[in-house]
Design a protein. Sequence first.
Length: 185
Amino acid sequence: MKQFFGEGKLFGSFNQSEDYFFLKSDFIKNFFDSLLIPDISDSLLFLRLKAIELLLYLSSERATKDIISKQKISIEKIGILRDIQIYLDNNLDRKISLTFLSNNFHISESKLEYLFKDTYGITIHDYFLIQKIDYACQMLKNTNNKITDIANEVGYENASKFSAVFKNRKLLTPREYRYLNKIIN
């Protein structure tokens, strides 16, 4: 990094032997979003300025306030969230309610909703739906199973309802998705 930024005073305040982590804040989100802008982000000067901007932020009072204002999640709560994620991933064929998860993992519904969204960036419902659709995509690509059977595998008794949800997420019906993937492969 010294080679990239030089021997400036700013860089000297960051010790390479310590572990640093990025905190989740609006600044960090906007910072990384700005790196996705084509053309501009290809500029070495732009990247250097963005790196300096990040270092300034991390050494500022604002970063300290962002760290302090974040709710600390206990190791136990992180374990519960991970267990819930694993449970959802292993039970894609079921309908699982927030109340069910709350009761079985001994955490209030509101706390569970808040912690899951804060940790994973999406709601439990959206996470579960994404996992179901991703699994359905794999099955559509890699098997010749009927769409009705695939719908059942991801917890839909009604293939029409499954197709509507699938199309809403993928902008293609399951049949169109399968057909396009067969052509590509």
